[in-house]
Design a binder for this molecule. Structure first.
Ligand code: EPZ
Length: 455
């Protein structure tokens, strides 16, 4: 069986989604209220951070998504218990009996997630060794882990690549070090934070990622007893401490999910109040949204996103590390751009293969051309990276129904939106993948008045 189909089934099953496909009748604007809870890209890391504590942690605002289940499974095979608390979205993590896991158990629980790599530092501190299976995650490029392994070696870990995965050991513990990342990688920055807090001495990290999810992880580590200083220009100092305690923390809301529903409102000519959406974490997205012609009202408890009725306008923008336009925001917005008047250009500068989803949009009638080598543009904010690509979107193009299969998380959500605006009945397959990062998306589509059935 195709690995995407297998991943999709497993991801769906983890959150009780039995159907593999959804048939959507397009043409209905999405309107109503939905809620976003904790950010997938913080919650999963916070769960890993709990291993570092010598007492239990409580994480709040945890969404019911498949990636959370994957990480819970991985924690469980390492002896960390995970129990639901009394309040909705409350997860209690007890790391007091952390232990070695069998390689086969780790493999079985790693799912299609990249989170196992972040277990390295915490497990090296607690057990003196760690094993990482082959990593999964969305197929959006090579996704190397060289920064992670170089960082771990620099802390003093021994790294052995085996046919089944990577085996690491640090019998004498980890030592503080100086690291400059080749690129402000989110995962590698988290790797350094999780490894440095209990290392002996001071760690200096340069060219660090500073995404809101990283800042929230730093808040968690500070609650646990860590000493972390964030300086200007992407420099972070971590002074190692002898021990850390558990934390009690409410995860920041998922800005990627919020931006996805915002794009759904715009593309379908709808009006969605996203309870929980936070303006501060979406500033760059909101600027582009407004330039395209989308409207939004920031309220105390969320943001209302809507199509104000006038034609949408073409835009040019590039994805970037924070505070730039996030790579996870481009896919849903590109569907709205197929309905804008004129030619839009989107440069993807973070991943080398994140426009694969546009093939299906073209099948549905969009006019999108991918330039594998990128394009020169006069108004670039950052220098070109060799791996970048550009998508040129000519609009407006009416979309028609098609049978499409979800390739990855964000691409998958963009297919749902495309099907919502296409004429006729579209079938979107492998929808389980969407459950990796979009909590109760089927129920939310229902709440917003979408016309669909699961098959
Ligand atoms: C995180 O991936 C997110 N995933 C991604 O979201 C997100 O798109 C990405 O950050 C960028 O914001 C999680 O948090 C689980 P990176 P991560 O390391 O940490 C290169 C989603 O759909 N690189 O910042 O894996 C890499 O190839 C997912 O929610 C190296 O070269 O991203 C890429 O070009 C998809 N060597 C760039 O850095 C390394 O060792 C950024 O990757 C590591 C990364």
């Amino acid at each position: 069986m195709d690995s995407v189909v297998k991943d999709s089934r497993k991801a769906g099953e983890r959150v009780g989604l039995k159907s593999e496909s959804i048939i959507i009748k397009g043409g209905k604007p999405l309107s109503g209220t939905i809620e976003v809870r904790g950010a997938k890209n913080l919650v999963t890391k916070a769960m890993v951070a709990s291993i570092l504590g010598d007492s239990p942690s409580t994480l709040q605002n945890v969404p019911d998504i498949s990636d959370v289940k994957v990480v819970a499974g991985l924690l469980n095979v390492h002896g960390v218990t995970t129990t639901e608390g009394e309040n909705s979205g409350e997860l209690i993590l007890d790391p007091r009996n952390v232990e070695r896991a069998h390689h086969a158990d780790i493999d079985a629980h790693s799912g299609s997630s990249r989170i196992p790599i972040l277990f390295c530092g915490p497990l090296l501190h607690r057990l003196g060794e760690a094993f990482i299976p082959d990593l999964g995650g969305c197929k959006i490029g090579d996704r190397p882990i060289d920064f992670h392994l170089d960082a771990l070696r620099s802390f003093g870990a021994e790294v052995d690549k085996l046919p089944s995965g990577i085996s690491l050991s640090a019998p004498d513990g980890l030592r503080g070090t100086k690291i400059t990342l080749g690129y402000p990688s989110v995962g590698a920055t988290e790797q350094v934070l999780l490894s440095a807090t209990l290392a002996k001495g001071v760690t200096e990290l340069r060219n660090a990622a500073i995404e809101p999810e990283i800042m929230d992880l730093i808040l968690i580590l500070q609650k646990m007893g860590a000493i972390i200083t964030v300086e200007p220009n992407r420099v972070i100092f971590i002074e190692g401490v002898d021990s850390l305690n558990g934390f009690n923390h409410k995860a920041i809301p998922d800005r990627n999910e919020a931006a996805s529903w915002a794009s759904a409102a715009l593309a379908t000519g709808g009006d969605i109040f996203v309870r929980g959406a936070l303006q501060a974490d979406l500033v760059t997205f909101l600027n582009v949204y407004r330039k395209v012609g989308g409207a939004f009202d920031v309220k105390e408890d969320g943001i209302r996103f809507y199509h104000p009725g006038k034609p949408l306008k073409a835009v040019t923008f590039e994805t970037d590390v924070h505070p730039g336009f996030m790579t996870d925001w481009q896919q849903p917005l590109i569907v709205a751009l197929t309905q804008a008047e004129g030619t839009s250009v989107v440069h993807e500068t973070v991943y080398e293969n994140r426009f694969g989803f546009t093939d299906a949009l073209n099948k549905m009638g969009a006019d999108i051309t991918i330039h594998e080598e990128g394009l020169d543009a006069a108004d670039r904010r950052v220098a070109r990276r060799p791996l970048e690509q550009a998508a040129v979107i000519n609009g407006p193009t009416p979309l028609h129904a098609a049978d499409v299969s979800v390739p990855d998380l964000r691409g998958g959500f963009s297919y749902l939106i495309a099907a919502m605006i296409a004429e006729g009945e579209s079938r979107v397959n492998n929808v389980g993948i969407i459950a990796r990062g979009y909590e109760h998306f089927i129920e939310k589509l229902e709440q917003l008045g979408a016309d669909f059935k699961l098959v």
